[in-house]
Design a protein around this ligand. Sequence first.
Ligand SMILES: Nc1ncnc2c1ncn2[C@@H]1O[C@H](COP(=O)(O)OP(=O)(O)OP(=O)(O)O)[C@@H](O)[C@H]1O
Ligand SMILES: [Mg+2]
Length: 446
Amino acid sequence: MKNETSAAIQTENEQLKHRLDELERQKFELDKKIFELKVLYDIARETTTTQDLKTMLKVFLSMTMGTFGIVKGLITIYHDDKLCWELIASSGIDFTLDGKPIDIAAFQSFSQVKEAQLISDSCLEDAGCADTTFCQWLQSVPLKIWTPILADNQVIGGICLGEKISGEEYYQENLNLLSIIATNCALNIRNARLFQENIEKERIERENRELKRLDKKKNEFVNMVAHELRTPLTSISGFSELMMKKAETKPRESLVKFSKIIFQESDRLRRIINDLLDLSRIKSGKVEMEKMPNDLKTVIETACDNVQLTAEKKKIVLYRDLPASIPSFLFDKDKMTQVMLNLLSNSIKYTREGGTITVTARTTDSVVRCEVKDTGVGIPAADLKKVFEEFHRVNNELSKIERGTGLGLSITKSIIEAHDGRIWVESQEEIGSSFFFELPYKEMNQ
Ligand SMILES: Nc1ncnc2c1ncn2[C@@H]1O[C@H](COP(=O)(O)OP(=O)(O)OP(=O)(O)O)[C@@H](O)[C@H]1O
Ligand SMILES: [Mg+2]
């Protein structure tokens, strides 16, 4: 009886021991799975912070190397269209390929490898690649493992890792985990590429839209130029035809009047063409600004003197509010005179009799700011930006009387911008307008 009992206890003990072993084994497997999951989770968490392929693969590599305790490693991408490998991320490697493809025949054979495996030196030697830096590096690494990155069972890259710091060899479970990591890497590469393609697509679409806009603007410009040139040309051809046909019958005064019109219209044509040429030359940077040390105050005074008589004829009073002096700085005197004359002549043209114009200049540490202010008809809010565009003329009572082609402000803006300055306008209808420009005068002295 006693013997029977001890036999039963022994069997039970053995069963328990067996169960304990089984539990130990299961726990070991579970720990392994938890470790793998943690590695994958950590990698996923770190790599989702970027969509840039290179940065993402660098993070991927360092996380993978950290997991296995490795100091040398690299990730390459396979370009199957060019049949070449590109080194994308590396660590613990003392050479660069500067974006050049990996130039060793042995590496080409990796495009067929579909499972993680050890790379043997003989495989490299067989391929006769001992003279390349990359190959030399591979041969200097005592233990190296290659894990292909697969997408749809096609090799799109590979992770190459050196020996572990611990000196341990790679176990099968290491290779399994590396394969899972590589699968994750493939997904990330695909996402990063899709993201990149989307960005590229958006960029192309944006550029396309901009090109279309410019093309439309160019067409509008050509139409406007044609229209502006046709108006004086129609007058010229009409009146010269009239003169030809009626030269015998028309009184001399009429013929003189016709010639005068022809002369004026030709002059207008010449002005438009000159303005257009000026504008396109300044805009394309073909006209070099002759920047010399000049005195802006003198330029302003001279321009005011020049328009004084025209202003007086319209009973417009021109005030000057200028500092005692403006430090001399580099600018093109003729072009800046043109700026002042354009702004002043506009103020005179678009201000009714009895109005006033005030020219102000102020300097700060870095800029000189000028203002030409008038008590004229003003500019509607909708036209404020457009007045700097070619041929834009505001439709109002004075622009119908006053001659103009709508090029003056475009030229003015281009000149100011060619001096690294800026120009803008503030205006209220029936109250008046203020045209401002600012030039960085200190910068020009350097
Ligand atoms: N000081 C101002 N007050 C009111 N409107 C203005 C003023 N300056 C410009 N404008 C408006 O802006 C338009 C464009 O001015 P811009 O100087 O470019 O052309 P323009 O004077 O018509 O012709 P031009 O090419 O002969 O100078 C003018 O037609 C006018 O409608
Ligand atoms: Mg003008």
